[in-house]
Design a protein around this ligand. Sequence first.
Ligand code: PLP
Length: 393
Amino acid sequence: MQPVYLDNNAATRMAPEVLAAMLPYFTEHFGNASSQHGFGTPAAEAVRAAREQVRALVGAEHAHEIIFTSGGTESDNAAILSALDARAERNEVIVSAVEHHAVLALVQFLAKQRGVAVRTIPVDGKGRLDMDAYRAALSPKTAIASIMWANNETGTIFPVAELAALAREAGALFHTDAVQAVGRVALDVQATAIDMLSLSAHKLHGPKGIGALYVRKGVRFAPLIRGGKQERGRRAGTENVPGIVGLGKAAELSLARPSSQAGRVRTLRDRLEAGVLTRIGGSFVAGDAANRLPNTACIVFDAALGEAILGELNKAGIAASSGSACAAGSVEPSHVLRAMKVPYTAALGAIRFSLSDENTEADIARVLEVLPTAVAKAREVSGFAPALPELAG
Ligand code: PLP
């Protein structure tokens, strides 16, 4: 039986064209991109070309607005720390309650260690940002607002253009973690007031350990990693040339992807959701149905442990992920679903299915065949009382 991969928000399969583009930079073009001799030239040229490919993907005006990093986590950290370091007179940060840990763990640390005031904006039951709370939190003390473009668990898309415009009015910088949005929705930073944007190659069929931070021209930037003069002194360390080439190629492929592909993925995702909801009682789709990534389905199964469902799926060769995380031996529901006020025991039963262009009708049919029994078994062993009226009867 062919395995079914539905965990593309965790990692995507690297495109063969990406691997082919990278290989020469492990072998004949091994030179250091900063070297002044002939071995450095192809590497430097490849980095230049990749910067242009990433510029085009996000719609930046200048290639030098792209800084290569080790991935989404570093880009998020660099953006927020830079805003605080470059504008010491402002000591407040605004984030949403549903940011990735790459943002949340950092700001929690900054609150504790550096006395940074963190304003956390709540979301409603669909995961939509409380716009009034956001407006009220912006002040002359705000250094930066960091709100993700799309949520990694539910796929809910945030109105980043509007949020960025409001931040600019308040004189604050605006950063968006677009790690899950890049390659899945069209981005055009020039059409917005976004100052900084994070992206990561492994979510768009590129390699792991490489990403980028877009920093709008004119925004004061303080580097996270100091040392050599690479990346115009904004990110020290010898460039990861094969990784950068891979990210550039992935960006190029993503831009060339016909828009019909997103429609196809959305149709498969919608079929999966509709099929699950008709077959399995006590389940619902979490997130904003009107504003969601086309590839993501976060389905909550009441009175079941997500890990147990995943175990059953895994036995059948189906890969998905749960919203909960095992911490110190106990299973905690995801902070995203808790922020959306999904009842505790229902949130523990959330499964995220995330698709890519590679998925087929047969994949969806297979999940619909296996899932009802998987959920029934997980419910049998959970010992949870149902939290949703449907199951509670
Ligand atoms: N931000 C979001 C929204 C993510 O989904 C992820 C990865 O899952 C990250 C940041 C971290 O990116 P990376 O793994 O490249 O550090």
